[in-house]
Ligand binder design. Sequence first.
Ligand SMILES: Nc1ncnc2c1ncn2[C@@H]1O[C@H](COP(=O)(O)OP(=O)(O)OP(=O)(O)O)[C@@H](O)[C@H]1O
Ligand SMILES: [Mg+2]
Length: 621
Amino acid sequence: MKTLHSLIFLIGKQKTIFIFAILTLLLGVTFEASGRLVIRDIVDTVLADKINLTNMKNLILLFTFCTLMQGTFHFISARWKTSATESIVRSIRNKLFNHIQQLSFHYHDHTPVGELVQRATSDVDSVRRFYGDQIPGILQIIFRCLIFFAAIALIDIRIALVTSIIIPVLTIISTFFFHRIYQAYDLLQTCEGEVSSSVQENLNGIRVVRAFAQQNYENRMFETKNRAQLNAGLKEVFWHSSYWPVAHILCGTQLCVSILYTGYTVINGENTVGTLVAASFLFNGLIWPLQDLGRLITEISHSFVSFNRIEEIMTEETEDTENNISRDSTLIQNDDKPLSDRYKNHSQSADNSNNFKLPLRLEGHIEFENLCFSYGDTAPVLKNISFECKPGQKIALVGETGSGKTSIVNLLPRFYPYQSGKLLIDRIPVTDYPRNYLRKNIGIVEQNPFLFTTTIRENIEYGTDRDIDFEEVVKAAKAAAIHNDIMRFPLKYDTVVGEKGISLSGGQKQRIVIARTILKDPHILILDDSTSAVDADTEQCIRKAINNLLKGRSTFIIAHRIQTLKEADIIIVLKEGEIKQQGSHDELIKVPGFYKDIFEIQTRIEKELILEIESNRKGKL
Ligand SMILES: Nc1ncnc2c1ncn2[C@@H]1O[C@H](COP(=O)(O)OP(=O)(O)OP(=O)(O)O)[C@@H](O)[C@H]1O
Ligand SMILES: [Mg+2]
């Protein structure tokens, strides 16, 4: 009942059109029943001893008029119904898409993409049938029951009562099937979601599957899920198809009983032959559509399942991206007091947190104080992290894989909430900044760069929120050392990348994303292993360009090459989520530890390489 209520509530603004569609449907059914009633008089006039031609002509005109009106109202009803339905579904789809975009990183980490795609497509489509087919269908049956019952009652109330025996019987049976089909369809949709997730994941990782020759393993995994879907589908079809013979037998029996009873009254002289003929038409108009009641009730169960699946997503908590934002944007623009003055007292007054004016730009003073963090209920990933990044400083994070480097930088734009300790930006807790504000002011080049299936130019321009000149795009591309590569593509900056276009190497993708971030002009920059897929020369080019462009901005660099790490003001060495060492390059190479080890290894390898190259050169000479 709650589901039905929610679905009806969603009609919202389309209420008026929907009501008109239903009223015209009611009129259509009324004219249909009236036309059939006229048949009685036509037959009786034909069978009369002396045919009254004028009367006959009038009756035929009346019958034609009723038929025309029936068709017209059904047509208008269908038009309005479709228009209202499409608008309702458009609004559901928009709301769902918008909601999915606002769900937390944590939610997306745990929800397969295929599952979300299925809910946004096939489940929405199933809900569309509720408004476009099921509600009008059920209402039509109800109207038919009432109006045709009244029409038959006009002929003979006893015949009407005998004919309506089927209504409660079929309703009870349909309800029984409704529950069975609801359960079966719920299972089927879950299985279908798993199959589509499986296909999606397989396609995303098709290169890995091939590279590891895992096609057979993947086939077996897919077959298991596919079989589960088949079983669920068979169960659903079983209940669905069982309904039809039951309903058919019931309706056929009812029709026989009604005709026999009416025939009996005609033989007894209580009714005319015209009554029998007209009643037969009315029975057909009442009984056979009742069969459809079962189909509609069972299909409504599909829509309920789909709607509840959509509701599951809609009730998931979203990230509040705009919280604490000061609506007085003019104040933001005009306030040119030094930021540190403005926030001097802020950290002491927690209550103030929602009242401060967002600065036009961040200074980039970042402090971690005893911060602990874990993803959901898992073991802590970061433990007692404390360090300070002064405005304009460059912080390098280094450590073994899985030591928590990405996790640290993910906390700055509030991708995840931390559990304890403090993280302050310009002396204000990050939690006091609206997420969107932080994300607009912090540029992040992620470890796994993502490009949209569009042109290189649009990929670079993405997320800037302002009109960009082509020269700016080129400048950013040059700074990211990708311009020359782009100029080698046939359509240059208009080359489409991704599924429908050119495939790029990992390093090229990384540099396009760096160009995108440079164009965003962030006040705090995060480069997460973003030069890992480029050679040492290119890395140096990018480093120089970025160094020039981002002077005076706080930067977090996650890297492994000593050349990059060396330039940082502070190097943070992480191990299993804890800071093991921190200091400058000169300080850290003096003390034994992870940093000194990688420095020595890399220096030794470099020396060996230089020696090898030189000896090769001498050999050639
Ligand atoms: N989204 C996530 N949900 C749950 N656990 C995660 C998530 N991302 C990372 N982790 C876990 O957190 C720990 C730290 O991961 P993180 O990605 O920060 O490491 P990293 O130092 O960046 O490693 P790498 O050098 O391989 O990129 C790992 O144990 C990892 O399994
Ligand atoms: Mg990482």
